[in-house]
Design a protein around this ligand. Structure first.
Ligand code: MN
Length: 385
């Protein structure tokens, strides 16, 4: 049997009219929308351009149609072709509300996205883990916590906070404690997906495309050392944090760096922790990666548990349609046990998000057979949660 592959980073492209259709009358014109102008894709929210992306020539012909919903069949076909059995789903324009200042609009858009996303992916509970968007901002922590509670009741097993917090909030503070307490109690891992909470464009000058991709990863690293050193992971020992699309080999560096200064500057270190910083990482931090071979090589520092492979479908920086080749490539020449390899490709993520591997594989087989026969979806043929 081949590998069980659980891609820990995948995106859904929401219907263009989602927010306009579902926002209350008074907010209808203010929700996220995309506009193509002068070679740029502008994302507009609350009458402001919150993100502007150059639609370079290289993009054309590389569109992945399976990212567009609500029909899941093109996506399921791509997964069958690419050998992906399960995915954690993150938003596209559903992440835009993190760039909106108005709390009411932020909360309303998050609720709309969360209602829509779980409806869309519910027929395949063993193959998709949709992620709830939590409207985190100064003054909205109670609402973000209430939204997490509502989403847990809807069936969510994954939730997202902005990778870059708005002014006035800090990951090493205690403002977000109610949220962490609920996530811990419910066993919901919290994700930090790069590029959320700030525009992912930091640099438009020479090297910008690469500089920006490296830069967004820094915010995920920052979240990890703030949560560890600020004592948050000490206060919430069962909280699991996942950085998404930031790579993973830096985690070994962080472990070494934090432990080194925790000892060397012990007279200044506050709060004192009950374990070394690297031990919190091993217990409570995971990172997704696509091509980052160095994280596999440095697993003697981090352990294998934090490493989660991901395809980042349908993005250009993702591995579709060559995921199998990429998987082969990342392990090439590395001495690793079959058990550790399986954990990185899917076992670790399955444990974190409570996916039953046998059921996921069975459903993938049923769906692939249906699609190759050209038949319509029949959710009753799949196993219930
Ligand atoms: Mn991603």
């Amino acid at each position: 049997m081949g590998d069980f592959v659980f891609s820990m980073d995948a995106h859904v492209i929401e219907p263009r009219t989602l927010f306009a259709e579902r926002l209350p009358e008074a907010m209808k014109d203010r929700g996220p929308k995309a506009e193509r102008k002068d070679g740029y894709l502008n994302i507009i929210c609350d009458n402001k351009i919150v993100h502007r992306m150059n639609m370079g020539d290289g993009y054309h012909g590389q569109e992945r149609h399976g990212g567009v919903q609500p029909n899941l069949d093109p996506r399921l076909k791509d997964m069958a072709q690419d050998g992906i059995h399960a995915e954690v789903i993150y938003p596209t324009s559903g992440g835009v509300p993190y760039l909106v200042e108005d709390p009411e609009l932020k909360i309303a858009c998050s609720r709309i996205y969360n209602d829509w996303c779980i409806e869309t992916f519910k027929p395949h509970p063993h193959r998709f883990v949709p992620t709830a968007v939590l409207p985190v901002a100064p003054g909205t922590i109670a609402q973000a916590t209430a939204e997490l509670e509502r989403c847990i009741k809807l069936g969510y097993r994954s939730a997202l906070v902005p990778c870059v917090l708005p002014e006035g909030l800090k990951f090493n503070g205690n403002d977000l404690d109610p949220l962490w307490a609920l996530a811990q109690e419910a066993g919901i891992p919290i994700s930090w997906h790069v590029g959320t909470g700030s525009s992912p464009v930091y640099e438009r000058g020479p090297g910008g495309a690469v500089i920006n991709y490296v830069e967004v990863g820094n915010s995920a690293q920052r979240a990890v050392f703030q949560m560890v050193c600020g004592g948050v992971l000490e206060r919430f020992p069962n909280l699991q944090m996942v950085t998404v699309e930031a790579g993973a080999s830096w985690l070994a560096f962080l472990c070494e760096r934090m432990d080194e200064v925790y000892r060397a500057h012990q007279f200044y270190v506050k709060p004192k922790l009950s374990m070394m910083p690297s031990e919190f990482v091993k217990r409570q931090v995971s990172c997704t990666f696509q091509f980052d071979r160095a994280c596999i090589m440095s697993r003697s520092v981090t352990g294998v548990k934090p490493l989660l492979w991901a395809a980042d479908y349908p993005h250009l920086e993702g591995t579709f349609p060559h995921s199998q080749k990429v998987i082969q490539g990342i392990f090439q020449g590395i001495d690793i046990s079959a058990e550790d390899r399986a954990a990185i490709l899917g076992g670790n993520a399955a444990k974190l998000f409570k996916i039953d591997i046998a059921r996921s594989l069975a459903d993938a087989q049923i769906t692939a057979a249906r699609l190759s026969a050209g038949a319509e979806a029949d959710p009753a043929s799949l196993t219930a949660l």
